[in-house]
Design a protein. Structure first.
Lengths: 331, 322
């Protein structure tokens, strides 16, 4: 009895244990790993995947999946790039307006939310399976990103003082109170998401829809509305990442974000969220994202070849799912 | 009902065909233009890389100038998709295929298939690992270009100091050829030390993150040498973010973005591959082959690369001299 309880506990906090193990291994193998400089860079790299994965957690908790997030990253980055380099063109009046950098960010975020809303609408109102609906929008958003510049990169997003649109790169390079902007965004988003998932009616509804849709409907949850909202949230998170990456590179490239959706799903699953929906936590997802990030950066720091990095990452994900099966059986 | 529809479409087809014939006969007035609607297929990797876009556009422009109809497609570095595009080209009875292929070994069968169908392939930018299958293989001399870039890197570094190297996708031939060219020069200088080497898969964001991570153990580096320009630009962004904008960054390709960065005194040098010129050469040779039965050139042709620095950056346009 006690033994199985210990086993259950180990399985429940397995992502945390995994994080501890990889951190320990890398800090033993590389003297630079546990330096404050490296940890700050590490958290900055993790933030990219973690922000995507937070949005993805709500989608998966509701019993869905969002394959379009990687394309939304590319699309929203290109929206920002387009607005900063070419401005808003009003053809009938033959005039170009260069919006302020902050307004550019808002529009880029709205573009991601719009794609998310489209996903949510197709899934909740037209009854298309999430896998198919978001697979479709994955291609559409990527194609649209490529069309925006005919495949080219928007190279210089610093803006021009004469046009009044400078300041965008700050999101990528700024360090308010000693931490990169992307880390602040991740932290705020994580706090908000944890609160939302565990302390609000909306959070309970997401779990209810993913756990047993029929029961949720019967108890008065507006399933379609919940579904719509989780995809909008996921689109918002993806657009945030698109903006952050474009700001970090000072350039927007339409192919940015390819396969990011898989990294985000991997973080969610590693964090113990069930792909069937209804079971999991935002905190688990964060730890999952850290496990993947520590592995990636640690292996680079050790100079391990790219090919081995892929093998190790794959093995860790499969191992996590095997443990998930154990946990289901033991509980 | 179906009969009536198909009759209508036959009539429509007839009109379209007669229009096409008139269009062709009117365009074939000049002396050396081909008779009839001859086509050239141009197949390259994805146009989201300005390099491939430039070569595809240069080839298409030259082919149109010579009176050909062009089919431009991208195989996205997927050998299977390339194979399907070759099938389409064979079915459309093109006169020649200009191909920047999807893999030195994976493309051999597709090129042989076109040959068996009587269609010559002119390969550009990347070679395949057999001779006799393609009519011509025109590539920029990656090894020569890499030694050129490395020599400039050595000069800028003052023959000493530590550096990191960013390699292209490790399964890609050009990644290893360039890295070998770099090291055949760099390794001759005992005071130049490589303290980190990672593949960033030709990708700007990956180069950014991996450079940031590698900098952690190596704050004292004075140089970064990259297998292409997008990775060099990613490294440059990471160095600037770390307050190390003075570090010497050298890339490869001669992309417009890299040349702009050199002019802005950020990156120090790149090696320009004359991709547009090579694409035009390929179309010219295809044209000679179609009209005279021979390209007049050996199968394997290498075109030298050129060094771009702040001193001569003004002389270069989109993957060619201005």
């Amino acid at each position: 009895m006690a033994e199985s309880r210990v086993l259950g506990l180990v399985l429940r906090i397995r992502a945390f244990i995994a994080l501890g193990v990889v951190t320990l291994v890398f800090s033993l193998l590389s003297p630079e790993f546990l330096t404050s400089g490296n940890l700050s860079i590490l958290v900055k790299h993790v933030a990219i995947n973690a922000i995507l994965a937070i949005g993805m957690t709500f989608v998966i908790l509701s019993g869905g999946i969002d394959l379009s997030v990687g394309s939304i990253v590319g699309f929203s980055g290109m929206v920002a790039g387009l607005l900063l380099s070419r401005g808003l063109v009003f053809a009938p009046f033959d005039s170009v307006i260069y919006p302020h950098a902050w307004f550019v960010v808002v529009l880029a975020l709205l573009s991601g939310m719009a794609i998310g809303a489209m996903n949510g609408w197709i899934i909740s109102r037209l009854g298309v399976a999430p896998f198919i609906a978001t697979l479709g929008s994955m291609y559409v958003a990527r194609g649209a990103a490529l069309l925006m510049s005919d495949g080219a990169t928007f190279p210089n997003l610093a803006g021009e003082a004469s046009l009044g649109n400078t300041g965008f790169p700050w999101i990528g390079t700024g360090n308010p109170v000693g931490l990169p902007v992307s880390v602040w965004i991740m932290a705020l988003l994580a706090c908000g998401a944890i609160f939302l998932a565990s302390r609000t009616p909306f959070g309970r509804h997401v779990y209810a829809v993913g756990g047993n849709e029929r029961a949720a409907t019967l108890s008065g949850v507006r399933v379609a509305q919940v579904r719509l909202r989780v995809y909008v949230m996921s689109g918002f998170c993806a657009a945030l990442v698109g903006v952050i990456i474009a700001a970090q590179l000072g350039a927007a490239h339409p192919a940015t974000g390819a396969t990011f959706e898989l990294n985000a799903i991997a973080a969610v699953v590693l964090g113990g969220t069930s792909l069937m929906g209804g079971r999991g936590t935002v905190g688990g997802t964060l730890i999952g994202a850290f496990v993947i990030g520590v592995l990636a950066d640690g292996l680079v720091l050790l100079g391990v070849s790219e090919f081995w990095q892929m093998v190790v990452k794959g093995l860790v994900i499969v191992l996590a799912v095997i443990l998930d099966q154990f946990q289901k059986r033991s509980s | 009902v179906t009969v009536r529809v198909s009759r209508a479409s036959v009539a429509l087809l007839a009109v379209v065909a007669s229009l096409a014939v008139t269009a062709c006969s009117s365009s074939s007035n000049s002396a050396d233009a081909p008779v009839g609607p001859k086509r050239i297929a141009i197949i390259t990797p994805s146009h989201d890389n300005p390099f491939f876009k430039a070569e595809a556009e240069a080839a298409a422009e030259q082919a149109r100038k010579l009176g050909y109809e062009v089919l431009v497609n991208s195989h996205d570095d997927d050998a299977n998709k390339q194979d399907q595009l070759i099938d389409v080209a064979i079915a459309r009875k093109v006169s020649a295929i200009i191909l920047d292929n999807a893999g030195a070994d994976a493309s051999i069968a597709a090129v042989n298939k076109a040959k068996a169908a009587g269609i010559p392939s002119i390969l550009i930018d990347r070679e395949i690992n057999v001779t006799g299958a393609a009519t011509a293989q025109i590539v920029s001399n990656n090894y020569q270009g890499a030694t050129l870039g490395a020599e400039e890197f050595v000069r800028l570094m003052g023959e000493k100091g530590s550096y990191i190297e960013l390699v292209g996708r490790e399964s890609d031939t050009n990644a290893s050829v360039r890295s070998r060219g770099y090291h055949d020069v760099l390794d001759k200088y005992p005071d130049l030390k490589m303290v980190g080497k990672q593949s960033a898969n030709w990708d700007q964001r990956e180069a950014f993150q991996k450079t940031e991570t590698m900098l952690q153990g190596n704050r004292t580096i004075t140089g970064v040498i990259a297998g292409n320009d997008t990775m060099a630009l990613g490294a440059m962004a990471a160095l600037k973010a770390a307050g190390m904008g003075h570090v010497i960054v050298v890339g490869f390709d001669g992309s417009p973005d890299a040349i702009a960065s050199i002019k802005a005194k950020e990156m120090r040098a790149t090696v320009l591959q004359p991709a547009a010129a090579i694409a035009r050469m390929a179309v010219d040779q295809a044209h000679r082959l179609i009209t005279n039965g021979s390209t007049g050139q050996p199968e394997k042709q290498a075109v030298d690369c050129e060094l771009v620095t702040v001193a001569n950056a003004d002389q270069f346009g989109v993957f060619s001299r201005k």
